[in-house]
Design a protein around this ligand. Structure first.
Ligand code: 5GP
Length: 120
């Protein structure tokens, strides 16, 4: 019996993903349902469900997500034109997988940051 998240199974290579980078702290792989020409997920190997669950000891690995994102953006040749880094947290953000992850989107103009609503 295992309680591994879907993404932990990817980290452990128990299920397949197109992994672009992996070391002892972070794994990055292509999103299965890309929303842009480049859509990569960058995740801490440690299971942290949401941003609400981070602790002081996670500060270093969370900063490292940005370092890996920057390197991957260069590898994907989207660094010059720009890209978007996004972390969803919880229901209102539409988080689907409860293993904290940073999205890296790029390869086309990405539009507005937040969908326009009638009012808020
Ligand atoms: P969230 O909405 O939680 O911020 O993003 C979850 C992301 O995980 C979605 O973009 C979704 O397409 C991606 N995803 C869900 N299941 C899998 C999977 O099995 N493999 C990969 N590579 N991506 C997945």
């Amino acid at each position: 019996m295992t309680s591994d998240t879907l993404f932990t199974k990817i980290i452990k290579h128990d299920i397949h993903a197109d992994i672009l980078f992996q070391d002892e702290r972070v794994t990055a792989f292509r999103d299965i349902n890309p929303q842009a020409p480049t859509h990569i997920l960058i995740i801490p190997n440690k299971e942290i469900p949401t941003v609400n669950d981070i602790s002081d000891e996670d500060e270093s690995v969370l900063g490292y997500l940005f370092v890996v994102a920057k390197k991957l953006a260069g590898q994907e040749n989207i660094d010059k034109d720009g890209y978007r880094l996004l972390v969803n947290c919880g229901k209102h953000a539409g988080q689907e997988v409860f293993h904290l992850h940073m999205h890296l989107f790029g390869g086309k103009p990405l539009g507005r940051m937040v969908q326009l609503e009638d009012s808020f």
